[in-house]
Ligand binder design. Structure first.
Ligand code: CA
Length: 225
């Protein structure tokens, strides 16, 4: 059974989500402010975090930043406004996903399931396997380039593993969305491009002139090494 941590200051929303997720078979932890939520997120007791943006004591972006200093736990941001959504995409916040208020409980449950499955699911073929200058450590869920460990989010790690599995094949944005994000993203493929841009900043010596993560115009992306 998986445990979902809800960090949200509106008790009625916590109760609603909690009620529905329990029916789906999840255990629930709840925190009503950012600091308490952060402590619980880092306690090792949960498998996924649902994180509201506007929170007392410490806002959701700060909570996420501090979680990412120490953990690749899947985090779904819950946003109320368009500008918050843009911030999640525009900044390197390390969020795995987002949901916009008002949300349907059914959609939220589907996303939680997909994110937990994804974080538990995609694995590289073998521990310590190398692909050109890249080395994957399955146990630590890390990727190194030429011996230097890359600071990847959980999703970026999953993307890299997917490219390793694909070999030199060009992977379409739709395929990445389906296989890595794990559900129909309602055609919002912009998230893939944002993820690729961030990944290049971590992989490449010069992100503007990539040597590894390549674009095939009109087709998709591929990894070369
Ligand atoms: Ca709030």
């Amino acid at each position: 059974m998986s445990t979902v941590l809800i960090i949200e200051d509106e008790k009625s929303i916590v109760d609603l989500i909690s009620y529905n997720l329990k029916r789906e078979g999840y255990d629930i932890l709840a925190a009503y402010d950012g600091q308490t939520g952060l402590d619980l997120a880092l306690s090792g007791k949960c498998d996924l975090v649902l994180l509201d943006v506007m929170l007392p004591v410490m806002d959701g972006f700060e909570v996420l930043r501090r979680i990412r200093e120490r953990s690749s736990l899947p985090v779904i941001m819950v946003t109320a406004r368009e500008e918050e959504r843009d911030k999640i995409f525009g900044l390197d916040t390390g969020a795995d996903d987002y949901i916009t208020k008002p949300f349907s409980v059914k959609e939220m449950a589907a996303r939680i399931k997909a994110n937990i499955r994804r974080s538990a699911g995609i694995r590289p073929p073998a521990a310590g396997e190398t692909y050109g200058p890249f080395t994957v450590d399955r146990d630590l869920q890390t990727v190194s380039r030429s011996g230097r460990q890359l600071e990847l989010t959980q999703r970026e790690y999953d993307i890299m593993c997917y490219f390793f599995k694909a070999g030199a094949r060009v992977v379409t944005r739709e395929e990445l969305m389906e296989k890595v994000w794990g559900y129909d993203y309602y055609g919002d493929l912009r998230a893939v491009d944002v993820a690729m841009r961030r990944l290049r900043e971590k992989l490449e010596d010069d992100p503007a002139d990539p040597k590894y993560l390549m674009t095939r115009r009109g087709a998709g992306y591929y990894l070369q090494f």
